[in-house]
Design a protein around this ligand. Sequence first.
Ligand SMILES: [Fe+2]
Ligand SMILES: [Fe+2]
Length: 259
Amino acid sequence: MAVATKEMNAFIQELEMLRSGLEEKMNQTPGASLVERQFIKDLQGLKHDAAHDIRSGKYGTFNFGDRSIPPEKRFQVVTMLKALVYPETKVCDHVASRIPQLPDLDLKARASQQVIDEVKHARVLREMLTRWGEDPQEMYLEPLPEIEDVFNYVGSVETVEEFFTANFMCEGLFLPSHLQVMSELDPDAFGEYIESTVADEGSHVALARDVILRYATTPEARERCRRVATEVTELFIRGLQAKVKKLNSEDAESAPLIA
Ligand SMILES: [Fe+2]
Ligand SMILES: [Fe+2]
């Protein structure tokens, strides 16, 4: 499904505004103490700095090949979609596995909704790849090791507030580093995937933030979360670099793919 660049960018800008409005509102969350609100602001600062570096091209830039060639015949587009199957599926499994750690029924319901959303995202990728005659399992069964590292780490953290701190960072970084770039560089190739994911991301970030506010209530818990935020941001960036490298790899020289 082709999506006009202008429309998609306007939508993403709208989401960015909604997100900053949400963050603004969150900074006045009733019941959260000043120190807890400041903690969230610190995490947002870390995230914004990383997003800024990524957007400036410090870690390389995605290249999706020659746009005059149909997307399903371009190695870069096909590889990007294949590379996303693992994260979309894993985040679903990970959030599901943390539901028993959330005693609050409202948060439990919102985490359940995220699981459903992530299944939908993974399904769209799989359907696109299958329609294009590609194997959607390829990079799910053999993900880039750097991407696997991110998920192994996130899966290993002990508490629910640490887990959602990792999600707060990664979900928040995914929009500017992936969805926005894909939309800017090739909205026709990625429109179907972006359309089905972008509207859900705000609620995933909001859920992560609310879990942090609810459970990271001691200096020790916040310190652990801060360490997770730093560590997972580094891993996220390494994953991004690996993806950029893969898209620019030797295989790309054999592009376009001939069906
Ligand atoms: Fe997703
Ligand atoms: Fe998400």
